[in-house]
Design a protein around this ligand. Structure first.
Ligand SMILES: C[S@@+](CC[C@H](N)C(=O)[O-])C[C@H]1O[C@@H](n2cnc3c(N)ncnc32)[C@H](O)[C@@H]1O
Length: 464
């Protein structure tokens, strides 16, 4: 829709970002760090020279250069005085004195309906996606408009770079990756469907504001709601794959606790939860608007080798989760597990067993990880192999162990895993012969199944 950054080289965009960040007091980036782009994980931060010791600060971004519920309110309130939220809105003393210039600004029309009630009724995701859609995609088409956030938008990923997120295959009926939807593991498929309904729900909430704005455009306007939806999906996934945790005092739902932090969002993920860098929020170091400064501090893993990548842990996430939320997977991931609920529930055909498991809240949510078969699955299969449900109850309560069920339990589990292994192999074979999809996307799905295969091999190889 908007040519935004394509006309500038990456180096120019990065220079502009740094210049813009330097305008704020409190911005700092460690001189031993630099940005590099690799085919495997895109842009990332690397050690350029010297060393980084525990507790060294890698980067610090002041509150006024983060995009979150507070800074968005501040920037909207500059053009809509009906948005007055104490501690978040722009104080009158800082508003432009020339009323006419405000009226001519396209933001005055765009943000007209974003009053206190409207804004406070939106989630962080909804407000951010609406604001970014206006400032990044829509308003730059108006004459003489440049967003304050342009240097940040110019370094955000293009839609193409987010193409391996399964939700994009579902949202876009023309996606070349649609054949992969049916080949996704059940857990990934459910995750993707959940994300798509969240996106659609948020679109339902924010699109009326866009429709009001569209009414004010000339009939010759090129913009239509279908195009805007595609741009909305892009914006939504940019926020989702780059936001970081921060408390938003105006909101009570933890899902609203997010902020977008330029430069910090160049850090790639490592599955090790404790070793790598840690975020630090200094709520007392406040800028004219926004929340506290957001810093990244070196953890236990110190950096001494130039060229080494500086990493962050996004959370203890399996490949199914990483694929859906971020569009990548790890070859080795200690947090992988297989959700075997559907397969196990299909196998439990005896009604009394089903009833027993339901009554005891043990029906479904069965998983197998590299190191263990979940206790819930052991209980379910113990109930399948043992007619004495009182004995299974004792197992549930921890009075006896799984060995009390002898070889009947272990051979049922073995057969179950062998059959899972067969279906994983079949999926891998199907993925190896598909031709239409983007190779990166099919390779990612293949890696998820390979992770499953390793888990099953580990159990079957060692016996259960
Ligand atoms: C917060 S951004 C990190 C910066 C990003 N690499 C870029 O080029 O802008 C998160 C995205 O980086 C990529 N990423 C992060 N960690 C990765 C990893 N370990 N392997 C591959 N890609 C990774 C994924 O595309 C993810 O959606």
């Amino acid at each position: 829709m908007v040519p935004t950054s394509q006309s500038l080289s990456w180096d120019e965009r990065l220079d502009n970002l740094l210049k813009w960040l330097k305008e704020s007091e409190g911005f700092a980036v460690n001189e031993n760090v630099h940005l590099q782009d690799t085919k495997r994980s895109g842009r990332g931060l690397y050690l350029k020279s010297g060393q980084l010791k525990k507790r060294d600060c890698i980067v610090s971004i002041p509150g006024d250069k983060q995009l979150n519920f507070y800074t968005v309110i501040y920037h909207i309130s500059r053009f809509n005085r009906k948005l007055f939220i104490d501690g978040a809105s722009c104080p009158s003393s800082k508003l432009a004195s020339n009323e006419n210039s405000q009226l001519d600004d396209p933001r005055t029309e765009a943000y007209r309906y974003l009053t206190n009630t409207a804004v406070l009724g939106l989630s962080s995701f909804q407000l951010l996606s609406l604001f970014i859609l206006f400032e990044w995609k829509i308003l730059p088409q108006e004459p003489n408009f440049t967003s304050f956030w342009k240097p940040f938008f110019d370094v955000l990923p293009f839609a193409e770079e987010l193409r391996s997120i399964p939700a994009t295959w579902i949202c876009d009926p023309t996606s070349e990756n649609r054949e992969l939807i049916e080949l996704l593991p059940a857990a990934s498929r459910r995750h993707a469907d959940r994300m798509v309904s969240q996106i659609e729900n948020d679109w339902q909430t924010v699109s009326p504001f866009l429709q009001e704005w569209l009414k004010t455009r000339k009939s010759s306007s090129q913009i239509n709601m279908q195009d805007l939806f595609s741009e909305f999906v892009h914006v939504y996934l940019v926020i989702n794959s780059r936001c970081l945790y921060i408390e938003i005092p105006l909101k009570t739902d933890v899902a609203d606790n997010l902020t977008m932090v330029p430069f910090v969002d160049f850090l790639n993920h490592n599955s090790n939860v404790d070793a790598y860098c840690k975020p630090r929020i200094e709520s007392l170091r406040k800028s004219a608007c926004g929340l506290g400064s957001f810093s990244i501090i070196v953890g236990d893993h110190e950096y001494i080798n130039p060229g080494e990548e500086i990493l962050l842990n996004y959370g203890a996430h399996s490949n199914d989760f990483l694929l859906n939320e971020y569009g990548f997977v790890l070859g080795e991931n200690m947090w992988n597990y297989i959700d075997v609920s559907l397969e196990a529930m299909e196998l439990i055909s005896q009604e009394p067993v089903k009833k027993f498991l339901m009554e005891n809240n043990y029906w479904g949510d069965y998983t197998i990880s590299h190191s263990e078969v979940s206790f819930r699955l052991l209980v379910a299969f113990a109930a399948v192999v043992c007619p004495d449900l009182k004995k299974v109850e004792k197992f549930m309560l921890g009075y006896i162990t799984e060995s009390s069920f002898g070889s009947a339990l272990s051979s049922t589990l073995n057969e179950f895993m062998a059959s899972l292994e067969k279906s994983v192999k079949a999926k891998i074979e199907s993925l190896e012969i598909i031709t239409k999809s983007d190779p990166l996307c099919s390779q990612n799905v293949l890696t998820v199944y390979e992770g499953y295969f390793q888990i099953l091999r580990n159990h079957l190889g060692n016996g259960v």
